[in-house]
Design a protein around this ligand. Structure first.
Ligand code: SIN
Ligand code: FE2
Length: 214
């Protein structure tokens, strides 16, 4: 895998591309509100290993909150308004989640973000997310806002073709990555997680991915 140089901008930001930025520690002030809210969501719509259309269980465990939740099973990838496990609407997106996502999007140059879906992924050591595009949303005008909590991970940020060169970007607790515009359909993923326990969350990484899906 090739890698390419990234450029530090304004201290707390790392520009990954023309319309993609890593906001170092942007979510840190919100962690105290986010963590208990995540537990409440997972009490209502439990974490599960979803299955890819090819029939393979994902290594991450997932759930969602918001008007829409992203699901995958043998029928394919899609958004639903009802959790197929509980047969109830997905838990409401907490105000603290939406507020963080909207502020991060604006900071990255995408004012007026209206997230209606938040996918929550839990990574144990060894879990990974292979290169993919986020393309199940109705339109691609809105950015993706991705919040990292707990153990550090290596984010893979590629191009518009799967075979394009891929940057390896360390993501730490409280980091937020935003990509949209010309970069909205870039391939991305997460390398297999190393076990380096985090003081607050132990041997776990949690990722919140905000989208305007509907
Ligand atoms: C994803 O692309 O769905 C997850 C990215 C991450 O875990 O940071
Ligand atoms: Fe993604």
């Amino acid at each position: 895998m090739d890698s390419f140089d990234l450029f530090e901008v304004a201290g707390a930001q790392l520009r990954l591309s023309s319309h993609a930025v890593l906001l170092h520690g942007f979510a840190l002030p919100d962690v105290g509100e986010l963590v208990p809210a995540i537990a409440d969501i997972e009490a209502a719509s439990p974490l599960r290993h979803m299955v890819t259309p090819g029939g393979l269980p994902m290594s991450v465990m997932s759930t969602s909150c918001g008007m829409l939740g992203w699901v995958t099973d043998q029928r394919g990838y899609r958004y639903t308004s009802v959790d197929p496990e509980t047969r109830k609407p997905w838990p409401v997106m907490p105000e603290a989640f939406a507020s963080l996502a909207i502020r991060a999007a604006a900071e990255a140059g995408f004012p007026g973000f209206e997230p209606d879906a938040c996918l929550i992924n839990h990574y144990a050591p060894g879990a990974r997310m292979s290169l993919h595009q986020d393309k199940d949303e109705q339109d691609f005008a809105a950015p993706i806002v991705s919040v990292s909590l707990g153990m550090s991970a290596t984010f893979l940020f590629g191009g518009l073709e799967r075979s394009d060169r891929v940057a390896r970007v360390p993501l730490h607790h409280g980091d937020v990555v935003v990509w949209g515009g010309a970069d909205r359909l870039r391939y991305h993923g997460i390398m297999s997680l190393k076990d380096a326990p985090h003081p607050l969350l132990g041997s776990e990484r949690i990722n919140l991915t905000f989208r305007k899906a509907g």
